[in-house]
Design a protein around this ligand. Sequence first.
Ligand code: AMP
Length: 215
Amino acid sequence: MAVRLVFFGRQGAGKGTQSNRLSAHYGAPHISTGDMLRVAVANATPIGLEAKSYMDSGQLVPDEVMLGVVEERLAAPDVAEHGFLLDGFPRTVVQADALGRFVAIDVAIDLQVPEDVVLERISSRRVCQNCGRIYSTEAPPASGWTCDTCGGEVVQRADDTPDAVAERLAAYANETQPTIDWYASAGVLVSVDGLGSLEEVTERLIVAIDARLAG
Ligand code: AMP
């Protein structure tokens, strides 16, 4: 069965981690636009060069750039077969509208975590530069700052600085919250409490998504 999910949550809400777990559960590819852009920046592609300054300062990359990136990814055969779990897209009503013209969304998830909790999580977050696996200063890799999965270097994200984080939270409130409201009006939004252990939150998400998929 192909499921088409979009996943909302503030930076640090656990969206990336939970998306990976849900992707394994539903067999749908996890498509993170943030991860795709970070790869483009690391490879200095034209899109990466255009996106870098926006990303470093915590601003949104322009819609037309994002639409090109996502449309190309959604045209891949694994998406036709298994659907997708979109993480970090859409972030604006323009993006949601464009996505809706391209494909119908089964469920939009809003993973809710209060702002004071995400601020705390972001300051301790560390990420594998190579595969994107997420760690924290409290739960580091087994050996030094080397990724347990791929051996890549685990670092703090360039945009996890206080100024960029403030900018990203403002963009979330101003641009992304109206996008979430847009899905609520369309009747496909489920809101899930993001506090608790990894396993508890995953279980809660699966129950909420399955209920919605069952109609
Ligand atoms: P993320 O890893 O999802 O927090 O994304 C990191 C950064 O990539 C964001 O702060 C934006 O600069 C950029 N970005 C990722 N997805 C989008 C999107 N859908 N629209 C605009 N900018 C995006």
